[in-house]
Design a protein around this ligand. Sequence first.
Ligand SMILES: Nc1ncnc2c1ncn2[C@@H]1O[C@H](COP(=O)(O)OP(=O)(O)O)[C@@H](O)[C@H]1O
Ligand SMILES: [Mg+2]
Length: 220
Amino acid sequence: MIRCTNVTRTFISGDSEVRALQDVSFEVSDGTLTVLKGRSGSGKTTLINLMGALDEPTSGSIFYDSTDITTLRDTGRDRLRRETIGFMFQSVALVSLMSAYENVDFGLRVAGYPRAERKERVLECLRLVGLASRMKHMPQELSGGEQQRVAIARAIAHKPRVIFADEPTAELDSKTALAVAGIFRDLVDKEHMTIVMSTHDMSLLDIADQVIELENGIRL
Ligand SMILES: Nc1ncnc2c1ncn2[C@@H]1O[C@H](COP(=O)(O)OP(=O)(O)O)[C@@H](O)[C@H]1O
Ligand SMILES: [Mg+2]
C-alpha cells in the first residue's frame, strides 16, 4: 500500500512561489488502478514525481507500507526507483536504434536482471501487451500506440511493485488511448499490478478503481 499524507510541494522561482501541491492525502491499495485527473497545471506530474521518488515534498509524507520514502537517503531512493517502480511518460522514450525486443531488454539490463532470465521475461512482457509478433520491429516502424505498448512492456519488465504513468495516452488518438488504458486495466486484473496513471481525458476514468481529482494543487 502507498499512502500520501498532507503532501505539499512548493516551487520557488525568482521571488515568486508556486504551490504545485497542497495538503494532498490519499491511499493506493496494492493491485488497483488509480487515475490522477486534472487539467494542465493541476499538479499531476508533480505528484507522480514525488510518489516515484524523483522529487521530494516540501512537507508531508509518502509511505510505501511503513517506510516513509521522504526520509530515505539518495542510495535508498535510487534503489527504490530501480527495484520497486516502473515509469512511463507522455512522450514515448524508446531508443530509436533498438528494436522493440532490445528496448525492453535494455531496461532489464539496467535493472541488473540476471542474463539467463532476460529473454523469457522480455518475450513474456511483449506478449502481455500484444506485441510479441513485432519484437524485431524498430520504433519508427511501429504506430504511436504500439510504441506506447513497448514502453509499457519496458516499464513492467523488472516486475516493479508499482507503475507510474504520466499522461501515457496524451499523444494518442482517442481509440488508441482507450486500447492502451485497457492494457493497464488487464495488467491490474490479470497480473495484479498496481498502477497510478495521470490523464486529463475524461473518457479514461471508467477504467479506474479510484479517481483522485486535482485542481490547482488541491485534491477535490
Ligand atoms: N520545476 C518547477 N518550477 C516551478 N514551477 C513548477 C515546476 N514544476 C511544476 N511547476 C508548477 O506547478 C504547477 C503544477 O505543475 P504540474 O505538476 O506539471 O501539473 P500537470 O502535470 O497537472 O500539468 C504548475 O503551476 C507548474 O507551472
Ligand atoms: Mg503533467
